[in-house]
Design a protein around this ligand. Structure first.
Ligand code: FE2
Ligand code: FE2
Length: 374
């Protein structure tokens, strides 16, 4: 009797999860991997950092909350969850509207790359570290992200596609960020990831006729993993009050603006996808920003004023600038180049306009810990 092939969902460590996926890599598809390889302002990147500085963090100031969070992650409530089971309905890829299919595949590849980007960064920290607390946390987070990426790849495989994760690790460009920027960017991406997944999950719970693919049924447990990862970064930042005060507040505002604006523009590139979900992307963006802002009050002393009259208007202008850039790129030639430059200038102006909207200030609570309540 053959031993059943193990699934990345059952892997207890990141190494095991990746080995299983490596084994399946012979089915890899060039299109999906090439898409995942692309590096633009809007596509998920891979990061590297000063791992020694990260390793030097002393979590004693947050020890009590830290131990509770780690114990919860060690208990591993989602082990075995991220794989297809009887809830996985048949997907009619051939019958899917071509525009929807294109956008949905783009969504899956981009999500898989983002999950894997976290996995690679966390795994590297775990490999290089000597600090037991840090090594353990990053091992646990890498484990989760490997499962998430593996599950999206399962969904892609049904469409005849697959992202070659081993190839990506070796060949995708890495962007260097100082540890504090990694905290802001990664903390935000975990929390906004939670807000995005839970908003879609709740919407489809109320409107199941819009659930055009079974993967959305998995979003609740999925976003709870991301929530815990965000909690861990909040605790890491809490160990050093300088990270969230003084001139660093300007950086926090920068990352908030960049993460929100990127999400807005990227989502507005997928009209058919949002239509199929029955979601108005403007409503969705506002909903996700509201939830994320509420969550980030646990550690950031400011939130963006997303109800300011300039906010929505400027996001729309930024989206139009982005459309202009994309069209100009396709057009090519001197005219295309000039139009692309004009579009980039408009986009930069929009970003500056968003950044200069006065932020809302508030007092940060003594304890950061939160539970997922949305
Ligand atoms: Fe994830
Ligand atoms: Fe995560």
């Amino acid at each position: 009797m053959n031993a059943p092939v193990k699934h990345s969902a059952d892997a207890a460590t990141v190494e095991e999860g990746l080995a299983i996926q490596e084994e399946q890599a012979r089915f890899d598809d060039d299109f999906a991997t090439e898409t995942a390889m692309s590096n633009t302002l809007l596509t998920p990147r891979f990061y590297t950092t000063d791992f020694d500085e990260l390793d030097a963090i002393d979590v004693s100031p947050v020890r009590e909350d830290w131990d509770k969070l780690i114990a919860q992650m060690v208990s591993d409530p989602n082990k075995g969850h991220f794989k297809k089971n009887e809830d996985w309905d048949h997907v009619d890829w051939d019958g899917m509207d071509p525009a929807l299919k294109k956008e949905f595949i783009d969504f899956l590849i981009s999500s898989c790359t983002a999950e894997f980007s976290g996995c690679v960064l966390y795994k590297e920290m775990k490999r290089r570290g000597n600090n037991d607390d840090i090594v353990q946390l990053f091992q646990l987070m890498a484990r989760d992200e490997a499962r998430h990426a593996g599950f999206i790849n399962d969904a892609l495989r049904e469409a005849g596609l697959r992202v070659n994760l081993g190839f990506l690790t070796q060949s995708k460009k890495y962007t260097y960020f100082r540890p504090k920027f990694i905290y802001y960017a990664t903390y935000l991406s975990e929390k906004i990831g939670y807000a995005r997944y839970i908003t879609i999950f709740r919407h489809l719970e109320a409107n199941p006729e819009h659930r055009f693919h079974p993967i959305f049924k998995w979003f609740e447990e999925w976003c709870n993993d991301e929530f815990s990862h965000g909690e861990a970064f909040a605790l890491l930042m809490k160990t050093d009050p300088r990270l969230t005060s003084g001139k660093n507040v300007f950086w926090i505002k920068f990352f908030l603006t960049a993460v929100y604006a990127t999400m807005y523009v990227r989502d507005h590139q997928r009209p058919a996808f949002h239509k199929a979900l029955g979601v108005d992307p403007d409503w969705y963006a506002h909903e996700v920003f509201t939830k994320t802002s509420e969550l980030t009050k646990q550690i950031f002393p400011i939130t963006l004023n997303i109800d300011h009259p300039r906010w929505q208007r400027t996001l729309e202008a930024l989206h139009r600038a982005n459309v202009q850039i994309a069209r100009a790129k396709t057009r090519g030639g001197l005219g295309g180049k000039l139009s692309q430059m004009a579009g980039s200038a408009r986009a930069a102006w929009c970003f500056a306009s968003l950044y200069t909207i006065p932020a809302k200030k508030h007092r940060v609570p003594a304890s950061t810990r939160l539970e997922p309540v949305y």
